[in-house]
Design a protein around this ligand. Structure first.
Ligand code: ZN
Length: 245
């Protein structure tokens, strides 16, 4: 039975002269990998070539186990072509879709992450939005949803407030370490004041407040979240160097 859903295209690569292999983040079924036959033909029945970041309604047949499913139709509603005209916005968007594709497992539904990405891409297109802040907030919330980021108001080892000096972050613990606990931990990253302020603002935003998140703090927090994400994945993120630090 074909499935209808809303989707955002996270990866698209050419498979042949006329076909693509795509990864869609669907709202109800999470990440699905599909063969999109004939989408590159000029008058394709399935709705034409599917571009990275494109959002729309999709109809597909899911693949069994490890095999690719089949795209039946993709009706694009938002192309995000406006983001392609501004390099900082484009880099933030590419970073967010790489993160979603890297951290979500296939066919593991996360409607909240779909909504988060949809809203973040829409927010990025607004003139008053800071690409660094939008990207940092998405990254923070995505790690939370994936269960990879703990409570940052307490030391991950002793539970006391971590303080503001000589604070470290441990990827293995998914949290901060206070100065008393950090010497015993080999894998760790020193956390700057800017990163701590950025993380505090992201946690406040998650709690529904509207904190200020200046770009230097957003970029410092992003560098820490990139360190953690790469530690968890065991590999580098391709687009991180355009947004962090
Ligand atoms: Zn401690």
């Amino acid at each position: 039975m074909p499935t209808s859903d809303q989707a955002i295209c996270l990866r698209a690569s050419d498979y042949s002269e006329t076909s693509q292999v795509i990864a869609l983040l669907t709202r109800e079924s999470g990440l699905v990998r599909l063969m999109a036959k004939g989408t590159k033909r000029p008058k394709s029945k399935s709705g034409g070539r599917v571009d990275l970041m494109a959002e729309g309604g999709c109809v597909y047949s899911a693949g069994r186990r490890e095999s690719l499913g089949t795209l039946i139709e993709f009706a694009e509603t938002i192309s995000h072509s406006d983001l392609r005209r501004d390099l900082r916005r484009l880099n933030a968007a590419l970073f967010m879709i790489e993160l979603a594709g890297a951290l979500l497992a296939e066919q593991d539904p996360h409607p909240e992450v779909f909504d988060l990405l949809h809203n973040a891409l829409a927010r990025l297109a607004q003139a008053d939005a800071s690409p660094a802040a939008v990207g940092a907030y998405f990254h923070f919330r995505l790690l939370r949803h994936a269960g990879l980021l703990g409570d940052l108001a307490a030391c991950a080892n002793c539970g006391r407030p971590p303080g503001i000096r000589d604070v470290y972050f441990a990827g293995a613990l998914g949290g901060l370490l206070c100065r008393a606990c950090e010497p015993a931990q080999a894998e760790k990253l020193a956390v700057s004041r800017a990163a701590l302020s950025g993380l505090a603002a992201l946690a406040a935003a998650e709690a529904g407040e509207r904190p200020k998140l200046p770009d230097p703090q957003a970029r410092a927090a992003t560098a820490l979240l990139v360190y953690h994400t790469e530690y968890q994945l065991g590999r580098r993120l391709k687009t991180a160097r355009y947004v962090a630090g």
